[in-house]
Design a protein around this ligand. Structure first.
Ligand SMILES: NC(=O)c1ccc[n+]([C@@H]2O[C@H](COP(=O)([O-])OP(=O)(O)OC[C@H]3O[C@@H](n4cnc5c(N)ncnc54)[C@H](OP(=O)(O)O)[C@@H]3O)[C@@H](O)[C@H]2O)c1
Length: 325
């Protein structure tokens, strides 16, 4: 049987592998869907590809036109500047808001000129900080609601009851629809969940062919157990896959990914690495970090690849540097 590619309804055949090019949807909550791939704004400030709001708008429109409707932010990105950069683009095209889901995060308190009152970098998950942070994010992002707010990092001083109170206030006001966490261990996730009357809708964690921890430390087991879809940050290891010169894992992986790129007919090794993540049974949502519209389009081709089990393990073995026991 030939390889089937479903491209905007069209099926193409390549060899003996089945692929779809469209980005699937994930039901994150009863009234919330995300796209299977998200796009993240972390690198907006400082990218040589993005100099003004028109460049940001081009990225947004490219993502939306290719089925990526979920946009990932944090208050601190770009030293507190990325949300407002994105918001400037949204002010030029406010009608796009209806087509997208906006995720943002809070609770990291950075040192620097933007926050002169901070004497040290720290975490702040107090109700006052969370409410203030959301008011800032709404203004900066040029929107009247956030689809999902994530606590950015586990805070050793987090009082789960106080967070529950903050979340309830934000939900009742209509400012935030759903809540989740990022970089939480399973026990931290369970602790917070135990105080909430609404399910946490995700745990956003780092994972890639060069960062395997959540596959083995119980994080993804918990997600599958609770039928919660994790979001994945740095799905390409933050470019480590391409640039890591003295990086043994990246050096082992590159030729293997290149072979599989050819086998699966994908544009680049990045798409093989993303398809590998999408094959995980917890059905994660990788958050793309590229600032290049063409790479956003290429990434969508990773969706729908039916990864062969032994190909999947070939990558795992190269990533780990030893055969499975
Ligand atoms: N929750 C958290 O704690 C946390 C932490 C970090 C990030 N995040 C989220 O995750 C998102 C993604 O993280 P990330 O930016 O590290 O993701 P990533 O996709 O792993 O890395 C993006 C980097 O890889 C480069 N790249 C992509 N494709 C490439 C290719 N084919 N060849 C060479 N370089 C390539 C990009 O450069 P170009 O722009 O030139 O393509 C960019 O510098 C962030 O935007 C943010 O929303 C969350």
């Amino acid at each position: 049987m030939g390889l089937a590619v479903y491209d905007a309804g069209n099926i193409r055949n390549f060899g003996n592998i089945a692929m779809k090019s469209q980005v699937a949807r994930r039901k994150m909550a009863a009234d919330l869907e995300f796209s299977q791939l998200a796009w993240g704004a972390w690198r907006l400030r400082g990218s040589e590809d993005v100099s003004d709001a028109d460049d940001v708008l081009r990225l947004i429109e490219t993502a939306l036109d290719h089925g990526i409707t979920t946009f990932d932010h944090a208050d601190i990105y770009g030293r507190y500047q990325c949300e407002s950069f994105f918001g400037q683009a949204m002010a030029k095209a406010p009608h796009l808001r209806r087509r997208m889901e906006i995720v943002t995060k809070c609770n990291i308190a950075l040192l620097g000129d933007a926050r002169p009152e901070h004497r040290i970098g720290h975490y702040n998950t107090s109700k006052a900080h969370v409410l203030q942070s959301i008011d800032n994010s709404l203004r900066n992002l040029h929107t009247d609601h956030i689809d999902a707010l994530l606590l950015h990092r586990p805070d050793p001083l987090m009082i789960a009851d106080e967070v529950a109170d903050a979340f309830a206030t934000l939900r009742q006001s209509g400012k935030v629809r759903h809540f989740g966490v990022s970089n939480f261990t399973p026990s931290q996730f369970d602790l917070l969940q135990s105080r909430l009357d609404q399910p946490l809708m995700t745990n956003q964690v780092e994972c890639s062919v060069v960062e395997l921890a959540p596959i083995f430390d119980g994080t993804f087991d918990q997600m599958q157990q609770h039928r919660v879809f994790p979001m994945i940050w740095s799905p390409l290891g933050g470019a480590r896959l391409f640039s890591g010169q003295n990086d043994d894992a990246a050096a082992r992986l590159r030729p293997i990914l290149e072979n599989l790129r050819a086998k699966y007919g994908l544009p680049g090794v990045a798409e093989v690495a993303i398809a590998w993540l999408l094959h995980l049974p917890c059905q994660p949502l990788p958050v793309l970090g590229t600032m290049k519209p063409t790479r956003i389009i290429d990434a969508t081709q990773a969706c729908g690849i039916e990864f062969d089990r032994q190909d999947w393990f070939t990558i795992l073995v190269a990533a780990q540097g030893h055969p499975v026991p």
